[in-house]
Write a protein that binds this ligand. Structure first.
Ligand code: NDP
Length: 320
C-alpha cells in the first residue's frame, strides 16, 4: 500500500511516498481502507519534530473509510462498515490500523469524505462553541482565521446557537467565504478589536476564539467585554509569550483558557455525543462542509506548504 512517511523531521519536502505492507491489527483495532485522510496543523508539528515522534513514521491522524478487518476483541463494528476517526497514527496511507475506541460509525446520509473532514476541526469547533465558552443567544464572538478549517465550522455553529460572529481574515476572498458561512461582520487583523467595540456599543465581545495566537492574542484581550472569555486554542502564527495575570484584571476580570480536543473528548460517550451531533447536522443539511482542496496522497507535502503558507481555506483532504 502507499503511505506518506517522515524519514526524518523537517520541512514539507521531507514527506516521501513509499510502498509498505498493510498494518497488522491488534485485538482492539480495525483495519480500514482509507477513503480520505484529513490534513491538520498538528501533522505539520509532528513532521517538524515540535511534537517529537521517533522517525521514520507514517504521518496522519484523521480519516474515514471502509472496515476490512475487525480485531478479535472488538464489538460493535463489522467488515464493510464506514467509520471515521480523529486520531489513528499513520492515517496518510491506503490502509490504517484504527483503535476501535477511536472509530465512530458514519451514518447514512454522510459521505466518507465529509466524515473525514469533520472529525478533528469539526469536533474542535463543536467543543469550543458548546462547552469551552457556550455561546448564548445574542452573544457577539470574534472568530480568528474565519475562512480556515476550524474557523468556518465554528462560525456556523455559533450562528446555530443564535450568536453573532465577527470574523478575521487576511484577504477579501477569504472574507467573502467567512460571510458565506454566516459571519455577520469581517475585519482585518489590524482593526478587529476596534470593530468589536463598535459592534457592541463599546462593551466588547463575550468571547474570542483564537487559533492564530502570537500575532492576535494581545489585541484579542482588548476586544473582550468585562468577564469575557479568551479562548486560545492554537498558534498558527506562533506561540503566545508568558502573560502577567494582572492583564486579565485590567481587561475586566477576563477568563483565559487553552483547551485541546482530548480535554473535550475525555471518554467514548463524550466523543460519540459530539460526533453524532455533528453527523446529524451534516445529514440534515444544517452544517456545510467546505472542502478547500483535495490532494493526491503523493502531494501531501504541497498540502502542508499551502496550509502553512496561508494559501488555503476550509478543509484539506488527501484522497486515497
Ligand atoms: P486554518 O485552516 O485555520 O489555517 C490557519 C489560518 O490561520 C490561515 O489560513 C490564516 O488565515 C491564519 N493565519 C494567521 N496568521 C497566520 C500565520 N502567521 N501563519 C499561518 N496562518 C496564519 O487551520 P486549522 O483550522 O487546521 O487550524 C487552526 C488552528 O487551530 C491552528 O492553530 C491549529 O493548531 C488549531 N487547532 C487546535 C485544536 C485544539 O483542540 N486546540 C484542534 C485543531 C486545530 P488568514 O490568511 O485568513 O489569516
Amino acid at each position: 500500500m502507499r503511505a506518506v512517511r517522515v524519514p526524518e523531521h523537517g520541512g514539507a519536502d521531507v514527506l516521501t511516498v513509499v510502498d509498505l505492507d498493510p498494518p497488522t491489527i491488534g485485538p482492539d483495532q480495525l483495519l480500514v481502507r482509507t477513503a480520505a485522510a484529513g490534513v491538520n496543523y498538528i501533522d505539520t508539528y509532528q513532521r517538524d519534530g515540535i511534537y517529537p515522534i521517533p522517525t521514520p513514521f507514517t504521518l496522519g491522524l484523521e480519516g474515514a473509510g471502509e472496515v476490512l478487518q475487525v480485531g478479535a476483541e472488538v464489538s460493535g463494528f463489522a467488515v464493510g462498515d464506514t467509520v471515521a476517526w480523529k486520531q489513528a497514527a499513520g492515517s496518510y496511507a491506503e490502509q490504517v490500523a484504527v483503535p476501535a475506541a477511536e472509530a465512530v460509525p458514519v451514518p447514512a446520509g454522510v459521505s466518507a469524505e465529509n466524515a473525514a473532514a469533520v472529525m478533528l476541526q469539526g469536533l474542535t469547533a463543536h467543543y469550543l462553541a458548546t462547552s469551552t465558552y457556550p455561546i448564548q443567544q445574542g452573544d457577539w464572538a470574534v472568530v480568528h482565521a474565519g475562512a480556515g478549517g476550524v474557523g468556518l465550522l465554528l462560525t456556523e455553529i455559533i450562528k446555530k446557537r443564535g450568536g453573532h460572529v465577527l470574523a478575521t481574515t487576511s484577504t477579501p476572498e477569504k472574507a467573502e467565504l467567512a460571510r458565506g458561512a454566516g459571519a455577520d461582520e469581517v475585519a482585518t487583523y489590524e482593526d478587529f478589536a476596534a470593530k468589536a467595540k463598535e459592534l457592541t456599543e463599546g462593551k466588547g465581545v463575550a468571547a474570542v476564539y483564537d487559533g492564530v495566537g502570537k500575532t492576535t492574542f494581545d489585541e484579542s484581550l482588548s476586544a473582550l467585554a468585562i468577564r469575557g472569555y479568551m479562548v486560545l486554542y492554537g498558534g498558527a502564527s506562533g506561540q503566545v509569550p508568558p502573560l502577567d495575570p494582572q492583564r486579565l484584571n485590567s481587561g475586566g476580570g477576563l477568563f483565559l483558557t487553552r483547551p485541546s480536543l482530548p480535554h473535550y473528548t475525555r471518554d467514548r460517550a463524550e466523543l460519540l455525543s459530539r460526533t453524532n451531533e455533528l453527523m446529524s447536522w451534516i445529514a440534515d443539511g444544517s452544517l456545510t462542509i467546505r472542502i478547500g482542496h483535495r490532494y493526491d496522497l503523493a502531494d501531501a507535502g504541497q498540502a502542508h506548504k499551502d496550509l502553512q503558507g496561508r494559501h488555503t481555506t476550509g478543509k484539506l483532504l488527501l484522497t486515497v
